[in-house]
Design a protein. Structure first.
Lengths: 426, 347
């Protein structure tokens, strides 16, 4: 049976923690945590650091690459056990989950992992302490992103899974530890309901660094309780810029992927397209491409509040007399909006196309979003010319349409170098 | 004129049928509000083709954030509170007198069933402070029309004036006469926090009621209604069966209330006779059966100035002669690989 925890192998943790069976929405064994147990996990991770430091770069990459390759194969034992509950917990279709895992895991395969390893001059200081990674639930498989750099720097890691999706991280760690047993004492995964201050006190005191994905309030709260230790990845959004001479058909196919992957829940999910070309034609092509993707990656079961928000957005566009696609509500929404203000999407593959004759206006248009933008899909020479200005606004990833949501391990998420973040104290 | 017919209908429901008035109001708005006409024409909905008020296309509440919906020149302009950076709804209200008459025709029935005038404490910002708040308009109107001479406002530029509210409650407790407290849930929680810090408990006279309206939108603090009711009883001595809830919003002119003071379900909102509430499937906009959650659509005859048929951003469930509130449509907030709010978040 699947479990929501993976504990470091340590004699001090035998028999702990106690588990209970969870039946809904999926079946698994859930660990019950007490402050002292979590404290012992952190202590065990510290002890496991020595064995972790003995692992050569080659051995680590071999185990890592093999584990990732296994999780990339939908027919593997691990994926066959994990996919149905994971799709359900993440609210994605099976095909959507597969596409999402392909994107996340594809970026940390052996080759990109080796590229990241090559950038790491040496292991972190021995007294740096374990890393606590607080994960979010909207992207399946996100655990690998903080895990890889921590292991490359030979820092033990505790992955705190979101309570909405507690299964991927322990399954991945178990597979990794089977391939490289010296890792087994230095990695852990656990989940508990956030906000339990008493539970978290010993843990936050014991770890050296906290990498946290969360809302600004969550990050601020953590920073208060673990001063000087927190590196936060707050909410951001992404857009696309399409140059004047681009073939709408070609651009649309990639854009549809950037909109639809993860059902538009990621920080690299495109929510707005600024085009110097024919907006109406691009919108029509994009709607066709989204419809095609809805067949290949059917959207997950939509939440009623999201359906409601998109319904509002469509009616409002109707009242403004804007062109909009006639796709079923679940499959996506494309609106051509001459108002150039960037507006976030409520989800369900909803995107606005803004015609803008002069792309040089973009920095001004996006100025109010400074620091809250993550990526830009760029197509056409005039669009790529905007890259420096977009990066100056805080955009950390620029890529051609279709590739935006597939960063590799060397990506500086939110402008933060993944190795530098863990090599030194925050 | 249609506004006179609606005004008369508030107090004389036998004068006309809701159906007739609804269709007349639809035709009136269609003629005067361009964006609405665009919506209706796109759907082939005209006075000639629509013979049932349920078929009148609803206006999404979100439209109040991006366009002007005004059937006549505005006399008052109301704006929703909203969070930083979020667009606010703007309601151009050409008929503030009608708004006042709506309050008179509904508020006493639900909130003052036993008294004409009584001491009222308001924890809602007065109009002087928030001239563009429809709730402040309502609170000022209620205070002026139904408040006794001891009535007071305990909300200043910095929020709830806890000390003023405290001494007011102390004085009324000594007098032994029932009172009414008007508050948003958020303001009420603030006052209760202050009382808890001082470990103060009042026993407001029997018959005292609390009027509570939604006030958590955009606030970071979350509080369950159950917890609020427990604290109201413990700190003010007002039992849950004396707490009336109101359901209203900037985009509407009328309000729905719980019939708590008349022995009704404390969470079931009841619409006055000039308002019809239905629950719609967000995907198809078809009416959902009772017991199935849907988007709340309100047909408010008094909302003549902007949108008589409004599709709110609230989710609810129909039950008996009323409806329960379940939550709100998803906001268009940033996603950013950080959807989960609760993770490792303290108090």
């Amino acid at each position: 049976m699947l479990r929501d925890a993976f504990l470091p192998s340590s004699p001090n943790l035998s028999g702990e923690p106690h588990c209970r069976r969870v039946e809904r929405p999926v079946r698994y064994l859930a660990a019950r945590w007490a402050p002292e147990t979590l404290g012992r996990v952190a202590a065990a991770l510290r002890e496991g650091a020595a064995a972790l430091r003995e692992i050569s770069a080659e051995d680590l990459l071999a185990a890592w690459g093999d584990t990732v390759a296994t999780f990339l194969r939908p027919g593997s034992l691990e994926r066959r056990a994990l996919d149905p509950p994971l799709a359900r917990l993440c609210g994605l279709s099976r095909e959507g989950l597969k596409a999402g895992l392909d994107a996340v895991l594809g970026g940390v395969r052996r080759e990109p992992a080796a590229a990241l390893q090559a950038k790491a001059p040496r292991a972190a200081a021995e007294d740096a302490g374990p890393v606590l990674a607080v994960l979010a639930s909207n992207l399946p498989g996100l655990a690998v992103q903080p895990l890889l750099p921590a292991l490359i720097l030979r820092r033990p890691v505790l992955l705190k899974s979101p309570s909405a999706e507690p299964l991927f991280a322990p399954a991945f760690l178990a597979a990794l530890a089977r391939r490289e047993p010296r890792l087994a004492g230095a990695v852990a995964a656990a989940t508990w309901q956030g906000g339990d201050i008493a539970l978290e006190v010993p843990l936050l005191a014991a770890v050296g660094t906290v990498l946290a994905y969360g809302e600004p309030e969550t990050l601020a709260d953590l920073a208060r309780r673990a001063p000087g230790k927190v590196i936060g990845y707050g909410p951001k959004t992404s857009l696309a810029v399409i140059g004047a001479g681009m073939d709408p058909h070609e651009a649309a196919e990639g854009l549809a992927r950037d909109v639809a992957l993860f059902d538009q829940r990621g920080c690299l999910s495109v929510v707005a397209v600024y085009t110097a070309g024919d907006a109406a034609s691009l919108a029509e092509r994009l709607a066709e491409a989204l419809l095609d993707l809805a067949r290949r990656w059917p959207p997950g079961p939509p939440a009623r509040p999201v359906l409601a928000a998109v319904r509002h957005l469509r009616l409002e566009a109707e009242m403004r007399g804007l062109w909009q696609s006639s796709l079923p509500l679940r499959d996506g929404t494309v609106i051509v909006d001459p108002d150039l203000e960037l507006r976030p999407s409520p989800g369900l593959r909803t995107v606005r196309i803004h015609p803008v004759a002069d792309l040089a206006r973009l920095p001004g248009i996006l100025e109010s979003w400074r620091g809250r933008l993550q990526g830009a899909a760029l197509a056409g020479r005039d669009a790529w010319l905007m890259e420096p200005a977009l990066r100056e606004l805080g955009i950390s990833r620029c890529a051609p349409p279709g590739e935006l949501q597939s960063p590799d391990a060397t990506w500086h998420n939110g402008g933060i170098d993944p190795l530098e973040a863990l090599a030194t104290s925050p | 004129m249609i506004v006179d017919r609606v005004t008369r209908f508030l107090t004389h429901p036998e004068a006309e049928s809701f159906e007739e008035l609804a269709l007349a109001a639809f035709a009136w708005q269609l003629e005067r509000i361009e964006p609405y006409r665009r919506l209706c024409e796109g759907r082939g909905a005209t006075p000639e083709t629509v013979g049932d008020w349920r078929r009148v296309p609803p206006v999404p509440a979100a439209a109040f954030k991006t366009m002007t919906l005004a059937a006549a020149p505005a006399v008052e302009v109301f704006r929703s509170s909203g969070t930083t950076g979020e667009r606010r709804s703007v309601h151009h209200q050409p008929f503030p007198d009608l708004y006042g008459q709506v309050i008179d025709a509904s508020f006493p029935r639900f909130c003052l069933p036993y008294a004409e005038r009584l001491p009222i404490l308001s924890l809602i910002p007065p109009r002087e402070q928030l001239p563009d708040s429809s709730l402040s308009f309502m609170a000022d109107h209620v205070l002026a029309r139904y408040g006794g001479p001891e009535s007071a406002v305990a909300f200043g530029p910095r929020g709830v004036e806890a000390a003023k509210a405290r001494s007011w409650a102390g004085a009324r407790q000594r007098e032994g006469r029932p009172v009414l407290v008007l508050a948003t849930a958020f303001a009420l929680a603030q006052w209760l926090d202050a009382l808890e810090r001082l470990d103060l408990k009042f026993r407001l006279p029997a018959g005292t009621a609390v009027f509570e309206t939604g006030g958590f939108k955009g606030k970071t603090t979350e509080l369950t209604r159950e917890a609020l009711l427990v604290r109201v009883q413990s700190r003010l001595g007002v039992p849950p069966e004396f707490v009336v809830r109101e359901y209203g919003m900037t985009e509407l002119t009328s309000q729905c209330y719980t019939r708590t003071l008349l022995g009704g379900d404390p969470d079931l909102f009841i619409a006055p006779h000039w308002v019809r509430v239905r629950l719609l499937d967000p995907e198809t906009l078809a009416e959902v059966p009772a017991g199935v959650p849907g988007l709340i659509a309100v047909f408010d005859l008094a909302n003549l100035g902007s949108a008589v048929h409004l599709l709110t951003e609230d989710l609810g469930i129909a039950e008996g002669e009323g409806f329960r509130l379940l939550g709100r449509a998803a906001g268009a907030e940033l996603r950013g690989c950080s959807l989960v709010v609760e993770e490792l978040r303290g108090s």
